[in-house]
Design a protein around this ligand. Structure first.
Ligand SMILES: Cc1ncc(COP(=O)(O)O)c(C=O)c1O
Length: 489
């Protein structure tokens, strides 16, 4: 074959010109991140991003920095110091796990391999299956079911409710849509996370068909009220379709009476879904057996690994008990995705046939490493620690006359407020005072709880899904709240 003319426009990559230099910088990045994690307690939980930092990250012109080293310096100076703070032991905002060093490395290795883990005959597919099986078994969910990975709890709830809708309406829903017949009704407690409502809107069911069921004094769904509402709705010609129960509500960690709800669903031939975003992990603790009983009866469960499994963002799971329903809802034959008998295109079912998403990272690798690092016992111990910490914090609050515990602590969430005993302040004043207190706490940067509103009362809320928290962090929270409370008069 005669030598062809070399055409430069047909060659070239985005790889570094100097691999050695890039490698050195990358090793430095890893070292810096390890240092960052190891010393995280020496810095404030949160520092407000400065105007200078916001300007410095600008990608003006063609966006190219003088060197990769310059970009990295910019990152260290203007991005890293203003991180959200979830890795700090005194961080209990929203429900955010702290991540781990090995989890971080799992992310890096996955990105390095960069395998789109949707389909094909390669190890990511098998690791995915193995981790999914392990999680299903750890949560003692029925072995007939399938766990699949999604980005977060919102996606997990949406995925499950899509399957639930299609199963209820029948196979031709995917062809005909949801426009005929009486409205479907979903029942969920007033305490349910807003992502359930969002799912219902996205699914074309309409949020006026969400029946919010009242709760008891412990914020658990009132099953008698649920039953009554279903009967009324049936009578009125609606189609009661699904109950979305909570295993750990976002505000207080309440666990709905799952077993009783499962019974109601069975009786009325409805889908039983559980949002167990974080609380499903209480299943690991035998002392929660009674409360969590019924989780295994669910037709679908949503649970997050970036919350109470401390896996770095992002990763959540959706479990569907009748595995075949996933494919019935999401499977599409595409010429470009058929599974072949041999070669790279062989391997397991493409995951896009079992969920909404197609392209995906090798998400399960960080979990595969983490499971082997800590084992089931490690996770069980850490979750138990967080629950004990919540009880400890509640005991500190109860011992202070100027603090008021706003909800009984059952799991890992504590809601309270500053309420000076010697002043009879009205609720509006207390709400304003406590909101101001939270903002000041954050600005001081020593502790970072978040907030919610319970029965009209603004609450300081601490969610324990942090493996780095220690007893001293809660002692500090008390000192800070009491001092700032007094400062406010
Ligand atoms: C009970 C509950 N459900 C759903 C979600 C939403 O999960 P994600 O933020 O992963 O989408 C949360 C988030 O905190 C939650 O606490």
């Amino acid at each position: 074959m005669s030598k062809r003319e070399e055409r430069p426009e047909l060659n070239g990559t985005l790889d570094p010109d100097d691999w050695g230099q890039m490698e050195e910088l990358s090793v430095q990045m890893v070292r810096d991140m390890f240092y960052f994690m190891r010393t995280i307690r020496e810095r404030p939980v949160w520092i407000q991003p400065t105007e200078k930092a916001k300007t410095a990250i600008g990608l003006s012109g063609f966006g190219k920095a003088p060197s990769v080293q310059d970009s990295y310096e910019n990152f260290k100076e203007n991005i890293l110091p203003f991180v959200k703070g979830s890795g700090h032991g005194a961080y209990w905002s929203w429900v955010e796990g702290g991540g781990t060093p090995l989890g971080m490395m799992g992310e890096m290795l996955a990105a390095g391999m960069n395998s789109n883990s949707n389909n094909g005959d390669h190890m990511a597919m098998y690791v995915d299956q193995e981790v999914a099986r392990w999680l299903r078994d750890a949560l003692q969910l029925d072995a007939s079911g399938t766990v699949s990975f999604v980005s977060g709890g919102s996606m997990a709830n949406l995925s499950a409710l899509t399957v639930a809708r299609n199963e209820f309406l029948g196979k031709d829903t995917r062809t005909k849509g949801v426009w005929s017949g009486a409205p479907l009704i979903i029942y969920t407690s007033v305490e349910t996370h807003s992502c359930v409502q969002k799912s219902i809107e996205v699914l074309g069911i309409g949020n006026e068909h969400v029946q919010y069921v009242p709760v008891d004094a412990k914020y658990r769904m009132d099953v008698a009220a649920l039953r009554k509402q279903i009967e009324q709705d049936k009578e009125a010609g609606f189609r009661p379709w699904c109950v979305a129960a909570n295993c750990g509500t976002v505000k207080t960690g309440a666990i709905d009476p799952l077993k009783e709800i499962a019974q109601v669903c069975k009786e009325f031939e409805m889908w039983f879904h559980v949002d167990g975003a974080f609380g499903a992990f209480a299943r690991l603790l035998p002392e929660y057996d009674e409360q969590v009983a019924g989780l295994e009866l669910a037709d679908s469960v949503a649970f997050d690994l970036h919350k109470w499994m401390y896996i770095p963002y992002e990763l959540a799971c959706v479990y569907v008990k009748k595995s075949e329903l996933l494919k019935e809802s999401f499977g599409i034959e595409s010429d470009y995705l058929t599974v072949h008998d041999r070669g790279l295109a062989a391997g397991p079912e493409p995951l896009s046939n079992l969920g909404l998403e197609m392209s995906r990272g090798f998400r399960s690798l960080k979990v595969w490493f983490s499971i082997q690092e800590h084992g089931l016992e490690g996770y069980t111990a850490m979750i138990r620690k967080n629950i004990a910490q919540a009880a400890y914090l509640a005991s500190l609050i109860k011992a202070e006359r100027d603090l008021e515990l706003l909800a009984e602590v059952n799991l890992n969430l504590v809601c309270f407020r500053y309420n000076p005993a010697d002043r009879a302040l009205d609720n509006d004043t207390l709400n304003k005072m406590n909101k101001e207190l939270v903002m000041r706490l954050h600005e001081r940067g020593n502790v970072a709880p978040s907030y919610t509103v319970l029965d009209g009362k603004y609450a300081i809320r601490a969610a324990m899904v942090n493996h780095r928290s220690e007893q001293r962090d809660f002692d500090r929270l008390m000192v800070e709240v009491l001092n700032l409370g007094k400062e406010q008069g």
